[in-house]
Design a protein around this ligand. Structure first.
Ligand code: GDP
Ligand code: MG
Length: 204
């Protein structure tokens, strides 16, 4: 199974660094965006799924990211930089965009970046926003120190796959068709790993 994950947020909040820290375990100060998607296996329960991780190529500067980029995403990481208040306002904007134009089951995670720069923190009012906007997932990260990076992507994979399975068992025609196709990509952990255990009987 593979899940599409997109990353959103202002330019320079650290999106490319976050993704590259996860996929290569390295932090490089000047990070190029990934062209196309990066594929990364993540272990969930007793099997692996593939995260299809999409980075932007700078279109966020003009807020012109086409809904096409995120419409079919199962998970959206909506990032702001803790040292930049404006980027937090933009994160609220992107959150709403996904709510309105994204997949209705998309898992939306608000991601605070650059947590290592605590002494320059500008954004303090996150908790209030999370309550008001009914945000389900929030995580503070640092690509530089590695803080919460693996935890973030594990959460994304786990929650994304739960929603995927729920779509499968709801009998929704469209998602069942999609699921059948995606299940062919499921990477088994060993001969013993059975898809039925993970997806239920509707799988494939
Ligand atoms: P993007 O435009 O959102 O993709 O941002 P980049 O990933 O290119 O990062 C923008 C800048 O922030 C670069 O100078 C990075 O070195 C810096 N940066 C990214 N993540 C971190 C972090 O966790 N800590 C610190 N201190 N700097 C970071
Ligand atoms: Mg980038």
């Amino acid at each position: 199974m593979s899940l599409k994950l997109v990353i959103l947020g202002d330019a320079c909040v650290g999106k490319s660094c976050l993704i590259n820290k996860f996929t290569t375990q390295q932090f490089r100060e000047f990070e190029e965006p990934t062209i196309g998607a990066a594929f990364q296996a993540v272990r969930v329960s007793d099997a692996y799924l593939t995260l299809e991780v999409w980075d932007t190529a700078g279109q966020e500067r003009f807020r012109s990211l086409a809904p096409m980029y995120y419409r079919d995403a199962r998970v959206a990481l909506i990032c702001y930089d803790i040292t930049n208040k404006k980027s937090f306002e933009s994160a609220k904007y992107w959150y709403k965009q996904i709510e309105e134009n994204g997949n209705k089951d998309c898992i939306k995670i608000i991601v605070a970046t650059k947590a290592d720069l605590v002494d320059q923190r500008e954004v303090e009012e996150v908790e209030r926003y999370i309550k008001i906007a009914n945000v389900s997932y929030f995580m503070e990260t640092s690509a530089k120190t590695g803080k919460n990076i693996n935890k973030l992507f594990n959460l994304a994979a786990r929650e994304g796959s739960v929603v995927y399975r729920r779509g499968e068992s709801s009998g929704n025609r469209r998602s069942r068709k999609k699921g059948g196709r995606l299940c062919n990509n499921w990477e088994r952990l060993g001969k013993e790993a059975e898809e039925e255990k993970i997806f239920g009987n509707n799988c494939c």
